[in-house]
Design a protein around this ligand. Sequence first.
Ligand code: SF4
Length: 288
Amino acid sequence: MEILRADKMGFCFGVKKAVETCYEISESREYRKYILGMVVHNKDVVKRMKEIGFLTIHEEELLEGKDNLKKGDIVIIRAHGTTKEIYEILRKKGVIIEDATCIFVTKIREILLEREEEKDEIIFIGDKDHPEVKGIISFGKNIHIFKTIEELKKADFNKEKKYSVLTQTTLNKEKFLEIKEYLQKHYSNAKIFDRICGATSERQEATKSLSKIVDIVIVIGDIKSSNSKKLLEVALKNNQNSYLIQNDKELNLSIFKPDMKVGITAGASTPEEVIKKIENKIRGKFNV
Ligand code: SF4
């Protein structure tokens, strides 16, 4: 048996940093420690954070004043950030904010503020219900938001005004290029910023290549994580013998044969410990 890992897999830069922040903060014993929402879309990580002393606080609780945060508590902001209103509520409460918002998200927020300073209106492409988008656009004043190019095409922008175009970090690159082409053709008064984060597409590309050269693909990730489900979809397109599992307990060793080439990949929210446990279990059974 041979075990091959995808070239890019597991934690992305922003998630890795956010989880590391949690571990660092977990050392401070004298404060109550909270994570705003889910630090990562992965049940094992959430469970682990609870074990090392973190409580969870949700945005709704803060907005409705139903929290019991006290001055001096620590609140970690997850990688995808939060809204301006939540930052303000936290500041007023006097809690210690540990901001683990990914720098790629922060950069988009900064460009938005700079461009608004320059009196541009913002055209934002993304899902307005996604926490990352909710957070970014909450900092702006004059934002036109669109989820798809079809929606965008229905809009009639003023050719006399200045626009800046920003997107969600995980927007599909092909969709972005299509939008860029459309806007450049119709609106020379729109300045387009490419701030897409490659983490998702890199993992999909790596899974695609891997699934073509192995006999079986094990995708490791939470069943609720959209990026892990997407990896399974990509793997299945090229290899029908592909499975999504969440942890080593779900690993069924009877699906492997000793002469197989096994491919392993994992979503951007899957920790290395979970991947290692699964890989070691397969190695242990087949002596590889
Ligand atoms: S997917 Fe990209 S933008 Fe989002 S947290 Fe990861 S590295 Fe940052």
